[in-house]
Design a protein around this ligand. Structure first.
Ligand SMILES: Cc1cc2nc3c(=O)[nH]c(=O)nc-3n(C[C@H](O)[C@H](O)[C@H](O)COP(=O)(O)OP(=O)(O)OC[C@H]3O[C@@H](n4cnc5c(N)ncnc54)[C@H](O)[C@@H]3O)c2cc1C
Length: 654
């Protein structure tokens, strides 16, 4: 280990091997599947896998492993597996089927994803994702997922940001819900068949590692408060993203980082924690009291046109009274080739820029107008209100219910909000973390999206991982199972002890501040200083502020009620405690990466036109962080990104 760098972190050994086979890109996955050891079907029922999470990534994986004959225990904190946050996904799921005959291909989806991620994703994984994308659609259609169809009965497609083809399959504005119902019914089939056991209202609060392998979890029964120890041959985390570290986000209120953070503390590297996606089309915040933001699907950018008044003095006017010549369709003006369909990071930053110029619209919140128009009047004129309703009706209804304004009559108002986290636990080509036997799928891993995810690619990734990748790679590990009984091992007892002590401490502090007030303050620091735009100075401030806040949390938090009962404050307290550690790591990661790339915009690194400026010579790597211990600095391990099949270029959507 070297000396402490900038008083913040150590430089560790680089990551040498991602386990991706050598050879041509299009042969890698086939080769890996062939090389991976197999498990005889009759042996599979002796092997036990723990699945944490039943969103699209977890439900698809649990159902697949169950179908293959493994014994699976599936944990989730909702009352039903089908209430996982994946249900909220609106716009669609990508696949390179080329139904529109617009020259789409596996390679183009791969290329778009690598470019969209600003050349910070691993080529081998992204190609595999594009390769299995078509099979996902076939699988879901076979399950009965009601994708939108054209008049002739064929599956319909629409476009999403950052691409010039139509490859997004959708079910109105409810794609996630319909896909999750498909995965859920496959899961329930296995529950009925006895291969999968469901643990509803159970929260994983610790990972059990014995002799260097992941061997189980400690879960808290959220209804009774009872702590349970579950052991297995392998553990899969499919626990979703950590956008709620910002307090306000489009994520469901329960989304949290506890499962992956506990695993990180036990040795799993955390990759690119600062890569956060800020989505450009959310309903603007309406007041300081708010605890949740609502997404308006990116699909709306297919037909809606984004603009602000050219003149700041028009910002208070009724938008319908502002004539065409006084409107600035700024995305169409700056990026004529992609227009309103530029990638999310670019659309978000430009919305911030026009608002910073004083041309934001809508009511002032804390003295500022933070909103831009998303206008459907031209689309309604061109297509008719009925056709627009057919495509986006439920989104329009949702907008009206929340804002009281009718988007058929007046332009919607939108503003960027935290939406997705590209960072997550580091995984190799097999989706295995740095802890043997711990696999990570879906948004919980650092994923295939580099520094910026393209729209409709998260659902694709979650289902690729769950239906096709993990079921083929986990065999290789389980071929050595079943492993010896570890129920009496000291590591298990130590993990039980740690959890009990942590809960006891949280319950006994009895301070004066609510858990939510800490979460809100952390969120404000993160949004202001590690949000859409980051600077060295402000990131340093954020680190100091988070440390002070964490110190106060452990001294002054108040958790009412009892630990042996349903206690939402206690649940939140555990999650916020983890966010307080993760937030600091995000800022350290953002600070050390002195470049702009995708969702990570460092103000010190921009072109003359204000676009993100990468520094490939210094930063073309995945930053994978190793936990250093309480109060200790983390260690950075770099996985160099080598581009053999795509040429790294400065992104341009003009
Ligand atoms: C509003 C919205 C709209 C979106 N629209 C789209 C879209 O149109 N297209 C697209 O591609 N992507 C979209 N996304 C992104 C996409 O929905 C998510 O990235 C994806 O659904 C994540 O799936 P997942 O299975 O990884 O995690 P989740 O669906 O978040 O599931 C997490 C699971 O883990 C469980 N869990 C978590 N922690 C614990 C714990 N400690 N113990 C036990 N269980 C735990 C939860 O109970 C849950 O079952 C959208 C996101 C949002 C917020």
């Amino acid at each position: 280990m070297t000396e402490l760098i900038n008083d913040l972190y150590y430089e560790g050994e680089p990551i040498a091997d991602t386990k991706a086979p050598a050879g041509p890109l299009e042969k890698k996955w086939e080769q890996r599947k062939f090389d991976a050891k197999l498990v005889n079907p009759t042996n599979r029922r002796r092997m036990h896998v723990i699945m944490v999470g039943t969103g699209l990534a977890g439900a698809s994986a649990a159902a697949s492993l169950g179908e293959m004959g493994y014994r699976v225990s599936a944990f989730f904190y909702q009352d039903s597996a089908r209430r996982a946050h994946s249900i909220a996904a609106q716009g669609g799921i990508n696949a390179a089927k080329n139904y529109r005959n617009d020259n789409d291909s596996t390679f183009r989806l791969f290329y778009d994803t690598v470019k969209g991620g600003d050349y910070r994703a691993r080529e081998s994984n992204v190609y595999r994702l594009a390769e299995v994308s078509s099979a996902i659609i076939d699988q879901c259609v076979a399950q009965g997922v009601p994708f939108a169809r054209e008049y002739g009965g064929l599956l319909d497609n629409r476009s999403f940001g950052g691409v010039q083809v139509s490859r997004t399959f959708y079910a109105r504005g409810q794609t996630g819900q319909q896909l999750l119902i498909g995965a859920y019914q496959a899961l329930e089939r296995q529950v009925a068949a006895g291969t999968v056991t469901s643990y509803a209202r159970h929260e994983m609060v610790e990972l059990i590692v014995v002799d260097g392998r992941a061997r189980g979890i400690i879960a808290r029964d959220m209804v009774t408060g009872k702590l349970e120890t579950h052991l297995a041959d392998a553990v899969v985390l499919a626990s979703g993203g950590y956008g709620n570290v910002f307090f306000l986000s489009t994520n469901a209120m329960g989304c949290n980082a506890t499962a992956i953070w506990r695993a990180h503390r036990k040795g799993a590297y955390f990759a690119n924690p600062c890569y956060t996606q800020i989505h450009p089309t959310c309903i603007p915040q309406s007041g300081a009291y708010q605890s949740k933001l609502t997404l308006m699907s990116e699909s709306l950018r297919n037909d809606g046109r984004i603009w602000v008044p050219k003149n700041a003095e028009d910002c208070e006017k009724d938008p319908r009274e502002i004539p065409e010549e006084d409107r600035d369709y700024y995305l169409e003006r700056i990026y004529p080739a992609f227009g309103n369909l530029v990638p999310r990071d670019i659309a978000s930053r430009q919305a911030k820029n026009v608002c910073d110029e004083g041309r934001g619209v809508g009511p002032k919140v804390e003295g500022e107008r933070r909103g831009v128009y998303l206008d459907f009047s031209e689309a309604i004129e061109r297509l008719g209100a009925a056709a627009v309703a057919e495509r986006y009706g439920n989104l329009f209804d949702m907008y009206k219910q929340i804002t009281g304004e009718d988007p058929y009559q007046v332009p919607m108002r939108i503003y960027p909000a935290v939406h997705y986290t590209m960072g997550g636990l580091w995984v190799d080509y097999d989706l295995q973390s740095t802890i043997p036997g711990l696999f990570v799928t879906g948004e919980a891993n650092f994923s295939d999206h580099g520094a910026n995810r393209l729209g409709a690619s998260a659902l694709m990734q979650g289902l690729a991982d769950g239906y096709f990748v993990l079921p083929n790679t986990i065999n290789d590990y389980l071929a050595g199972a079943p492993f010896e009984d570890v129920s009496e091992s000291p590591e298990v007892a130590a993990a039980q002890q740690q959890v009990t002590e942590r809960i006891d401490t949280l319950m006994s502090i009895n301070g004066t501040r609510s858990v939510d007030s800490f979460h809100k303050e952390l969120g404000t620091i993160m949004w202001e200083k590690c949000g859409m735009e980051r600077t060295e100075e402000r990131l340093k401030e954020a680190i100091a502020e988070i440390r002070a806040l964490r110190e106060e949390f452990w001294r002054n938090v108040k958790v009412p009620g009892s630990a042996s009962d349903l206690n939402q404050s206690l649940e939140k307290a555990g999650r916020v405690a983890d966010f307080l550690e993760l937030g600091e790591l995000m800022c350290i990661d953002a600070l050390h990466r002195r470049e702009s790339c995708g969702g990570h915009f460092r103000a010190e690194s921009q072109t003359e036109e204000g676009e993100a400026l990468r520094h490939d010579d210094e930063f073309a790597y995945v930053g994978a962080w190793e936990w250093g211990g309480d109060g200790q600095a983390p260690t950075l391990h770099r996985e160099d990104l080598v581009y053999e099949f795509v040429e790294m270029k400065q992104r341009s959507y003009k």
